[in-house]
Design a protein around this ligand. Structure first.
Ligand code: SAM
Ligand code: NAG
Length: 302
C-alpha cells in the first residue's frame, strides 16, 4: 500500500528525475571531448550537431539499458500486441487483444544502441505463432523477416551492430544510416512496403516531426501497424503546474539530451498522419500527475 509519505517521496523523486538525468548526461561530455581531441576529429569538435551526436552516443550507452529496464514491462507486450488502452493483457487471456504483434517487414525508427533489437528475434516468438507470414492472431507475434533500422547517429552503430549479432539477426536486420527525413532519397524502403513501424522513444528527437510522421505513414502497407511508445507534451488541461514545469525543464533538456524535445504533441500528430482503421494510443495505465516525462503507448492500424 502506498502511504502518503511514500507517495510524496515518489513524487519528489519524479520531479527531480529530469535534473538528475541531465546532470548524468553532462558527466559524459568531458570524455567525449577528450576522445574527439585524441582522434583529431576536429570536424565533430567544431560542429554542434556532430558533437551532440557523439556525446549522446556515449550517454545513451549508459542510459539506454536503464531505460530498457524501466520500460520493458510495457514495450515487450506492446510489440506482442498485448497492450490495449494502456493496459498490459496477461498472455493467458488475450480475449480483448485486437491487433497482432510485430512480424514480417519492420521499420524501426531511431534504434539507437539497439536496446529493443532482441525483441525481433525468434526467441520472443510465442509457440502459437510459428507461421512465416506477417501474423494474424491478435496478441501474438509472428516471425520478423526483415528489419530496417533507420539510425543516423554513427556513434551508436557499433553497439547496434553488436545487439543485432547477439540476437542472431545478422541476415534480417539492416541498418539504414540516415535520418528518416532522408529515407525516401536513400531508396532502401519502398512506399507501402512495410508490415510494421516501431517507434520507441525517438519521435522526440527527429526534425520536423509532424511532416516526417506523416511521411512515415506512407511506408505502411494497408493493414500495417505502428507500435508506439513515446514521451509526450503535458497539455495545460492535464494540470497547468506540470505543464509549466515541463516547459521549464525543456529550456535546458534538448541541449543536454541529444536534441530530445519534451513538448511534442506526438500522439495527436500520429493520429492525424493519415486515415487509420483502428487507433489505440493513450497514456499507460496509472500515469501519475507528477511525471515530467509522461508517455503515450499503443498501436495504430492503417
Ligand atoms: C532517445 S534515443 C532512443 C534510442 C532507442 N530507440 C531506445 O529506445 O533506446 C533517440 C534516437 O533517435 C535517433 N534519431 C535522431 N534523429 C533521427 C532522425 N532524423 N531519424 C531517425 N532517428 C533519429 C537518435 O540518433 C537516437 O538514437
Ligand atoms: C479475459 O479477459 C476479459 C476482459 O479482458 C474478461 O472479461 C474475461 O472474464 C477473462 N477471462 C478469463 C478466463 O479470465
Amino acid at each position: 500500500m502506498a502511504t502518503p509519505l511514500s507517495r510524496t517521496k515518489e513524487a519528489l523523486a519524479s520531479l527531480l528525475f529530469p535534473w538528475r538525468f541531465m546532470l548524468i548526461s553532462l558527466t559524459f561530455l568531458p570524455s567525449t571531448l577528450l576522445t574527439l581531441l585524441r582522434t583529431r576529429d576536429f570536424h565533430s569538435l567544431f560542429s554542434w550537431p556532430l558533437l551532440q551526436a557523439a556525446w549522446f552516443g556515449r550517454f545513451w550507452s549508459w542510459a539506454g539499458p536503464q531505460v530498457r529496464l524501466s520500460a520493458e514491462e510495457l514495450v515487450v507486450p506492446l510489440l506482442e500486441g498485448r497492450v490495449v488502452a494502456g493496459k498490459v493483457l496477461p498472455s493467458t487471456n488475450l480475449s480483448s487483444a485486437r491487433v497482432p504483434g510485430v512480424g514480417g517487414t519492420v521499420l524501426e525508427i531511431g534504434p539507437g544502441s539497439g536496446n529493443w533489437v532482441s525483441i525481433f528475434s525468434d526467441r520472443y516468438l510465442s509457440p502459437s505463432s510459428t507461421s512465416t507470414e506477417s501474423g494474424t492472431t491478435p496478441g501474438t507475434r509472428a516471425k520478423v523477416t526483415r528489419v530496417y533500422g533507420v539510425e543516423p547517429n554513427p556513434a551508436q552503430h557499433p553497439q547496434l551492430r553488436a545487439k543485432i549479432a547477439e540476437a542472431g539477426l545478422g541476415d534480417v536486420y539492416e541498418i539504414v544510416p540516415v535520418g528518416i527525413e532522408d529515407l525516401a532519397s536513400s531508396g532502401r524502403v519502398a512506399p507501402e512496403s512495410v508490415d510494421c513501424i516501431v517507434s520507441v522513444l525517438c519521435l522526440c528527437s527527429i526534425p520536423e516531426p509532424r511532416k516526417n510522421i506523416a511521411e512515415l505513414y506512407g511506408y505502411l502497407k494497408p493493414g500495417g501497424r505502428w507500435f508506439v511508445y513515446e514521451h509526450v507534451k503535458r497539455p495545460l488541461d492535464e494540470g497547468w503546474v506540470m505543464s509549466l514545469y515541463q516547459g521549464f525543464v525543456n529550456l535546458l533538456w534538448p541541449h543536454l539530451i541529444g536534441g530530445c524535445d519534451l513538448r511534442r504533441d506526438t500522439a495527436q500528430w500520429l493520429k492525424k498522419a493519415g486515415p487509420w482503421s483502428e487507433v489505440d494510443l493513450v497514456h499507460p495505465e496509472n500515469t501519475p500527475w507528477y511525471h515530467t516525462v509522461p508517455h503515450t503507448i499503443g498501436i495504430l492500424t492503417k
